[in-house]
Design a protein around this ligand. Structure first.
Ligand SMILES: NC(=O)C1=CN([C@@H]2O[C@H](COP(=O)(O)OP(=O)(O)OC[C@H]3O[C@@H](n4cnc5c(N)ncnc54)[C@H](OP(=O)(O)O)[C@@H]3O)[C@@H](O)[C@H]2O)[C@@H](O)CC1
Ligand SMILES: Nc1ncnc2c1ncn2[C@@H]1O[C@H](COP(=O)(O)OP(=O)(O)O)[C@@H](O)[C@H]1O
Ligand SMILES: [K+]
Length: 494
């Protein structure tokens, strides 16, 4: 993968990489490195917050190695003058780590002091199995609200492979994770509970397999800048089928975001009312109403679906265009009501092509799973979804690229390459119409991209999601959420 991405592993991959090292006697060494990384991170937090000497840190310690990491980190913090104490939540704790902690003057408390500044969650890590119940420790609920919670490896209760929380779970503002980022820190519920993620090298690197996914963290160079000799046709032309009398705004947002993302020409196929509305805001848009699949001639990509609603004639136009793109293998992004067009042979062909990018949100993905009558996919998408496995399965079933939207967006191609994840931390995007903006961005990227391989489509779609989140971040750095989809378009310029 490129330098814009970082590897993400399942908990099982990390454990498998650790096993031979533990068998060779390197376990204590790895634990020392993990604890040192955790203690250094907490020290930096305390330093930025005021002072280290006498600062109050409490470790919530579980029965296994995760608790061992926590106890050694507390020991290291004590050596720096931090008032670090522990609460043991089980009837046992890592014996050597507990001994080291006690030898450093650490005390085991039966409640969490009210003046705790940093609470280290070292209850469960990758060894967690099944549902977790928050320990009944006096003062814990209050401290969770008032102190900074730092998770040791993974917030307790979060499944390291999927991000699912089968029972209760702790929520951290920071997670210091060992050996490599875990899927569970990025995906689903886990993605909402991990906060800022910091990875500590514990010497696993060369023992790790190909990662289960990659996180896209900085711009992918998929955007083509205008060249000196370019003209409007050579810069790419995007054909949009969006909007209906009920939802004219969806066409405005898709067209506007495509124009702003940088493409030679944006053409819209829509009826007279929608066209008039779009032209008010975007006079540079070209109308191609009434030309059927011919409207598609010369386009280098298509964007189909936003705001077609249940309008019969608009859906027919969308389907005509969709079939034309699939047949000619011209890249296309299919969103919103456009996804309802995947029925009959379009649903079951299993080979729509990686150049077709579907951008469902969770509800739309569930409807696709229902239409496919795929119970295992429905299960992956149920209550606590496994978004990585579900995106892969959906991409494979349809033979297309799938971008599953959410706080963490997952993109997978049809033939099983490693998916890309875009974590946004911009909940202000949860507002009507932002999906239409994403469709316009991806449409523009597709229209201007040089893509040859399946993984290119995955990268382009993920880059679209990154640009979308970056625009929200730029527009609303404090996270107040006081913006709508139209304002997001204005923030697309990087
Ligand atoms: N391997 C290494 O060398 C290195 C590992 N490292 C660290 O070790 C961590 C993994 O440690 P681990 O394997 O000891 O598992 P861990 O997460 O502490 O939990 C296991 C304990 O919890 C219990 N338990 C399980 N589920 C439960 C539930 N739902 N509710 C309640 N209890 C539950 C379970 O009890 P049992 O079911 O066995 O009775 C068992 O006692 C990893 O995240 C990293 O921090 C690093 O130091 C680097 C080197
Ligand atoms: N809590 C959230 N945090 C970050 N991004 C979010 C959140 N909720 C939604 N989004 C993003 O906002 C967009 C919403 O898209 P969608 O649901 O299709 O909206 P619409 O159909 O109204 O345009 C997606 O890109 C999604 O990833
Ligand atoms: K933990």
């Amino acid at each position: 993968m490129s330098r814009a991405t970082t590897p993400v592993y399942s908990g099982a991959q990390i454990r498998d990489a650790e096993t031979p090292l533990v068998e060779a006697g390197a376990g204590p060494d790895m634990m020392r490195r993990a604890a040192h990384g955790l203690a250094s991170y907490v020290l930096a937090l305390l330093r930025s917050d005021g002072k280290i000497y006498g600062a109050r840190v409490l470790g919530l310690i579980g029965p296994g190695n995760n608790g061992g990491d926590g106890l050694y980190a507390l020991t290291a913090l004590r050596a720096r003058g931090v008032d670090a104490q522990a609460v043991l939540v089980a009837d046992r704790a890592h014996p050597q780590a507990l001994e080291a902690f006690r030898a450093a003057g650490g005390r085991v408390l039966s409640s969490v002091p009210a003046d705790t500044q940093v609470l280290i969650d070292a209850v469960l890590g990758t060894g967690a199995r099944g549902a977790f119940t928050l320990p009944d420790v006096p003062g814990l609920a209050e401290a969770v609200g008032t102190s900074t919670v730092v998770a040791c490896d993974i917030p307790s209760g979060v499944d390291a492979d999927t991000g699912r929380c089968p029972g209760e779970a702790l929520t951290a503002e920071h997670t210091v994770t060992f050996g490599g980022a875990k899927l569970g820190l990025l995906l689903g519920e886990g993605g909402l509970r991990s906060g800022k993620i910091h990875t500590v090298d514990i010497g696993l690197q060369e023992h790790l397999p190909e990662p289960a996914a990659w996180e896209l963290i900085s711009p992918e160079p998929t955007r083509r800048k205008p060249r000196l000799g370019d003209h409007k046709y050579s810069r790419g032309s995007l054909q949009v089928v969006a909007g209906s009398p009920q939802f004219p705004g969806a066409a405005q947002l898709t067209v506007g975001s495509a124009i702003t993302s940088g493409v030679g020409m944006v053409r819209l196929q829509a009826d007279a009312t929608v066209s008039a509305a779009v032209l008010q805001g975007w006079p540079e848009a070209v109308m191609s109403h009434g030309r059927g699949a011919k409207a598609f001639d010369g386009a280098t990509a298509a964007a189909i679906g936003p705001g077609l609603g249940k309008d019969r004639s608009r859906l027919v136009e969308g389907e005509t265009m969709l079939r034309a793109t699939v047949e000619s293998k011209v890249p296309c992004v299919l969103d919103a009501s456009g996804l309802e067009l995947l029925r009959g042979d379009l649903l079951t062909s299993g080979d729509l092509g990686g150049q077709l990018i579907l951008t469902p949100h969770l509800g739309e993905a569930r409807r696709l799973a229902e239409a496919l009558e795929d119970e295992s996919l429905e299960e992956l998408l149920a209550d606590q979804p496994d978004t990585l496995a579900a995106t892969r399965a959906l991409a494979e079933a349809l033979g297309a690229t799938v971008l599953l939207k959410g706080p963490s967006t997952v993109v997978a191609g049809p033939s099983g390459g490693a998916p890309l994840v875009v974590r946004s931390a911009t909940p202000g995007l949860a507002t009507a119409g932002t999906g239409d903006v994403l469709t316009g961005i991806i449409g523009a990227l597709l229209a201007t991209a040089d893509a040859a391989q399946e993984q290119d489509w995955v990268r382009i779609a993920a880059e679209g999601a990154r640009m979308h989140a970056a625009a929200a971040q730029r527009l609303d750095p404090q996270g107040f959420g006081h913006f709508g989809a139209s304002a997001l378009i204005g923030a697309l310029r990087e």
